[in-house]
Design a binder for this molecule. Sequence first.
Ligand code: AMP
Ligand code: FE
Ligand code: ZN
Ligand code: FE
Length: 289
Amino acid sequence: MRIDLHVHSNASDGTDSPAEVIRRAAAAGQDVVALTDHDTTAGWDEAEAAARDALTLVPGMELSCVLDGRSVHILAYLFDPGDTELRRQASLIRDDRVHRAKQMVARLNDLGADVTWDQVSRIAGDAVVGRPHIARAMAEAGVVDTPADAFTREWIDDGGRAYVERYALPVGRAVGLIRAAGGVPVLAHPRSPGYEVSDEAIAGLAAAGLAGLETAHPDHDSSERIRLTALARTLSLITTGGSDDHGAFTGSAAAVSAAAGSGGDSGGIGAETTPEDQYERLIAQARSR
Ligand code: AMP
Ligand code: FE
Ligand code: ZN
Ligand code: FE
């Protein structure tokens, strides 16, 4: 079985529709794929309809969280999308993303970059707006050559001149909310630059109900995977893997440099996968769907 548990669509900052994501996943030989858009479940219905005969869809969401003032991503799987508090929090995050994107456009204008909110908003369409949409607007306006070039200290990378913080959910709170909604919380890319979580903090989250660690991710080298897998075993956490595919403009730093190196697609859907026994552990912990 081939199981990719981390993929984005244009419901957030991916470039392909949920149906196209499923089509690509099937073409890449996946048996199971999780749609994990940032802070939204808006792509679930379309993905579910497209997946029907082709493969098994695991509905998910990558929730924007914060720990000690730093960004952390939690992958939430198989929760009740109607859960009131989880919905309310995701909605607060999405609203603040719009507010923050407008502030970032204003900063860019102060820096002499000619991008407008209308442009960003057109590129994002109905999607949950994120920095990749701003990056695409910057490339369109000729401020940078490619969207990936916007992710520097000079522009919109973390701590960059036009970077603005946004509302996120305290990570322990997120873990509790996902469990309360019947879902399974997994810490995404715990050693990805800008999203690092220490072993001690991971142990704390495990005690608070965290179910798993995403060990196989394009941003993790082989020695990091070995360390994280050992830590997961000690803490009885599930280990998962996913490509973090974002379509034509893939998100992670590693994937972007891989794409630049190959002159085309990044690793793509299925480039990282979850072992079947770990997938079964994850399914066994779901209390909702
Ligand atoms: P946001 O959630 O709006 O702060 O934007 C973060 C998103 O930007 C991530 O989910 C990735 O899709 C993308 N991203 C972050 N860092 C990079 C990078 N170095 N190169 C390209 N895309 C990135
Ligand atoms: Fe992430
Ligand atoms: Zn992601
Ligand atoms: Fe993203």
